[in-house]
Design a protein around this ligand. Sequence first.
Ligand code: CDV
Length: 309
Amino acid sequence: MRTIVVGGAQLGPIQKADSRSAVVDRMIALVEEASGRDCDLVVYPELALTTFFPRWYMQDQDEVDQWFETAMPGPDTIPLFDKARDLGIAMSFGYAELTSDGRHYNTSVLADKHGQIVARYRKVHLPGHDEYDPERSHQHLEKRYFLPGDLGFPVTRALGGLFGMCICNDRRWPETYRVMGLQGVEMILLGYNTPSVNSQKPAEGSQDRLFHHRLVLQAGAYQNSTWVVAVAKAGDEDGHPLIGGSMIVNPDGKVVAEAVSEADELVVHACDLDDCTFGKQTIFDFARHRRTEHYGLITGQTGVVEPRD
Ligand code: CDV
């Protein structure tokens, strides 16, 4: 058995006016609760330190840059790293990263139990648009504020297992899981901010969104025989609702723990990484069963090319 007790640390809404330090206080309260529940690892959402700012249209780059961190840990996040290290808990969370040479990414990090960052991921699949779109019920300007990630989908040895990360929209793409599956991933950590309504399809509400969320997590976990830990920022941010539904999915694709609220809430499960072995050695033994000679279109072509008449 290689059991890791995981706490999915869902955050309730963060308003535009909320300070980083107020959010970090909430994150510290969750890691303290996690300690009381014997967690080894706490996972927080995408862009955990602020409101989901890509909903706001900004033209002034200085205003945009206020939402980004130039150091991790930085002045606001050092107390969180100190607390997690003192409690001996590893953690993962998302934030907006501004590099020293001026690049902007939607990033997640994994810190070990000593507070050292051991893995970094930059969001590859950026949804939304890059200019103000009056046709939408709300804006989703990730393509305006971030570059596509440049690190691929790395898998890292940590906590006695093989860990990968992805962020929000990445979870809808089978390629995300498979690229990590091909590196033997045993646990995928992912945070998200998913609006409860589709900005281009008002009929698609929160129940539909939760259905799609669950569908892709369960499929990704099962098809790659990996744990998936998915953690929301949820609830109403300045009049903009986000779904909850934080959950832990086992390598059989079953949901084993799930949030019941749209507030700060810890979802805990003892995950045995050895549970990944059976699927990886049988139906999803990639080395024996994959047929890469037929998969060229996956990497050779981006959009759809229909067959000729
Ligand atoms: N933060 C996100 O990536 N959100 C997207 C929305 C725009 C659909 C998601 O896939 O949940």
